[in-house]
Design a protein around this ligand. Structure first.
Ligand SMILES: Cc1cc2nc3c(=O)[nH]c(=O)nc-3n(C[C@H](O)[C@H](O)[C@H](O)COP(=O)(O)OP(=O)(O)OC[C@H]3O[C@@H](n4cnc5c(N)ncnc54)[C@H](O)[C@@H]3O)c2cc1C
Ligand code: FES
Length: 281
């Protein structure tokens, strides 16, 4: 059934978590059985009366009481209004939508790479991997512009105790970790070549990371990205989120790298993946 009618979503509390970013604890009023079936990487639509809706990912999935959290950056009209709301405020909720990250229970060596707020869609996957009875060896490479721009401070503090978390800053911080996450790949690959790479951040950043990983020996079909497109209906009806013939709201937002390149090439009217740097790169 297409989920087009919003349900009530209550703001429980919130705290600042990064520059112009805030961590929101929310509750779906009158939760339903299917609400808990969120796969990390999926998204929901949050609506404000008179301002429409925007998509956001779950940092933690809904629990039995319908409570979950999201990390939201102030970027335009809707998010600016959201930042003005106080606990008790009620919004519209539709979801979950799209395809989440693959669960990869068979993979033993996973590299998670995030840039800026791109850490939010990966948080649920990291938590799930850590809870697994036989967790894979997960390393997280996280890049931000400077220390104040880093998000998910509480989650990162917990992860630091459980897995290798490599945090780079474009400006400031320790010299060895200054610059782009790309600069850390040689060292990380010398320690261990990942079987699988999950990546989320600005599109150019993800494509650069994916290409660098392929060059270092990761198979193109073992890299996953989460892409952002403008979304309205979120259920494959309006066509706002088209990437070639794929609806990002239904087929994405997570895409396997080789599939995504095929879509980009098709959208550009080009057929060969080699033109986009896949293959002998
Ligand atoms: C699947 C998905 C998951 C998302 N998850 C999160 C999340 O967890 N946290 C979060 O803070 N944001 C997330 N976003 C982004 C968020 O939905 C947008 O920033 C949203 O437009 C904010 O609404 P607004 O009215 O405040 O800003 P708008 O007025 O809509 O836009 C502000 C600025 O962002 C640009 N913009 C908006 N949407 C996009 C887009 N899709 N691609 C490129 N540029 C865009 C606009 O052109 C404008 O410059 C996600 C987007 C998608 C598609
Ligand atoms: S947002 Fe309407 S088709 Fe994807």
């Amino acid at each position: 059934m297409l989920e087009l009618t919003p349900r009530a979503l209550r703001l429980l509390d919130c705290y600042d978590d990064g520059e112009e970013a805030r961590h929101f604890r929310l509750r779906i009023e009158q939760p339903q059985a299917g609400d808990r079936a969120v796969i990390p990487g999926q998204f929901f639509m949050l609506g404000l009366p008179g301002l429409g809706e925007a998509p956001f990912t779950y940092v933690s999935p809904p629990n039995g009481a319908g409570e979950f959290s999201a990390l939201i950056r102030r970027s335009g009209r809707l998010t600016a209004q959201l930042f003005e709301r106080t606990p008790g405020a009620v919004f519209g909720y539709r979801g979950p939508f799209g395809k989440g990250w693959p669960l990869l229970l068979g993979a033993r060596r996973v590299l998670v790479v995030a840039g800026g707020c791109g850490l939010a869609p990966l948080a649920g996957w990291i938590e799930e991997a850590l809870r697994h009875p036989a967790p894979p060896h997960v390393r997280v490479l996280y890049g931000a512009r400077h220390a104040a721009a880093q998000v998910l401070e509480r989650e990162r503090a917990r992860w630091r105790a459980a897995l290798p978390l490599i945090e780079t800053l474009d400006q400031g911080g320790a010299e060895a970790l200054r610059g782009s996450p790309l600069a850390q790949l040689d060292r990380l690959f010398a320690e261990e070549v990942p079987q699988v790479v999950l990546c989320c951040g600005p599109e150019g950043f993800m494509l650069a990371i994916a290409k660098a990983c392929v060059r270092r020996g990761v198979a193109v079909d073992s890299i996953w990205l989460s892409v952002e497109r403008r979304m309205h209906c979120a259920v494959g009806l309006c066509g706002h989120c088209y990437i070639a013939d794929s609806y990002a709201c239904v087929d994405g937002p997570t895409y396997r790298y080789d599939h995504y390149l095929t879509l980009l090439a098709r959208g550009n009217g080009r057929g060969a993946l080699g033109e986009l740097g896949v293959g002998p790169c």
